[in-house]
Design a protein around this ligand. Structure first.
Ligand SMILES: C[S@@+](CC[C@H](N)C(=O)[O-])C[C@H]1O[C@@H](n2cnc3c(N)ncnc32)[C@H](O)[C@@H]1O
Length: 244
């Protein structure tokens, strides 16, 4: 099935379709820009997130909005008991980069990739021991319903780990980070002749994302238990963990 057929079949809403198109467009320089914008710190946040849930072993792991695959790769590297890792994303081009990167690494298990919308996961209920989503939940128009959908496919007593860029609760940090994402990052993208609208979207998606406290409530309201959050870099990145 080609992308167009798939997208028609699942009847993506307009915003999800636009998001998938946008990530298709930025896919080739996504990793480079991620390193540049965050000063490589995005690598550390995913690692920290997996350490926070590593009190348990997980056989079946789902990486939602896997993008170019880095969260799924870390699972393979750090979680020795894992047997199945599936990466899901709505952007065919992001997935194709993930597949190429995976081919160059020698993982003990193959990572399976699935072109799907995380609003409607193509899996039966109660199968994954751990569901991870790195910098992806901010992109969906209805995070509450996605949190419920992720809970559906998670095993009883399975875990959820989310890494997301958030607004700091310190007004000065918030001021500088909004300035950085709204002004400097799009200017940098322009200088590098990249898609500036994608980087303007990045800033706005961070600004409108709920505070860590509000998002914690949203996770709880979606039926998850024992929801906790950990902030990094003065609250500009937050890791959420929860249990089904
Ligand atoms: C900022 S990237 C994050 C990629 C990766 N998880 C990481 O940690 O770098 C966000 C990803 O979410 C994907 N995405 C956005 N909305 C989605 C949806 N509704 N279903 C599946 N993937 C989605 C995009 O295609 C993109 O690859």
């Amino acid at each position: 099935m080609n992308e167009g057929e798939y997208l028609n079949q699942v009847k993506l809403d307009k915003s999800t379709f636009t998001i998938s198109q946008m990530f298709n467009k930025v896919s080739t320089h996504y990793d480079f820009m991620n390193d540049l914008i965050t000063g490589f710190s995005h690598r550390k946040t995913r690692k920290k997130a997996l350490h926070l849930v590593s009190f348990h072993s997980y056989k079946r792991v789902l990486d939602l909005a896997t993008g170019t695959g880095d969260f799924a790769f870390l699972v393979q590297e750090l979680m020795k008991e894992t047997e199945v890792v599936i990466g899901v994303d709505i952007s065919r081009r992001m997935l194709s980069i993930a597949k190429n990167k995976a081919r160059n690494r020698k993982f003990k298990n193959l990572i399976t990739y699935n072109l799907s919308d995380i609003n409607h996961l193509p899996f039966r209920s109660n199968i994954f021991d751990l569901c991870a989503i790195g910098y992806g939940i901010r992109n969906v128009s209805n995070p509450s319903s996605v949190l419920k959908e992720i809970r559906r496919v998670t095993q009883k007593s399975g875990y959820l780990v989310i890494v997301e860029a958030t607004s700091s609760s310190y007004s000065l940090i918030r001021f500088f980070s909004y300035f950085y994402f709204r002004k400097l990052v799009p200017t940098l993208a322009k200088l590098l002749c990249l898609k500036t609208e994608a980087y303007s979207y990045l800033a706005e998606s961070i600004v409108v994302f709920p505070s860590a406290q509000k998002f914690t409530k949203m996770i709880t309201n979606a039926g998850w238990r024992k929801v906790k959050y950990f902030q990094m870099y003065l609250g500009t990145v937050t890791i959420f963990i929860a249990k089904k």
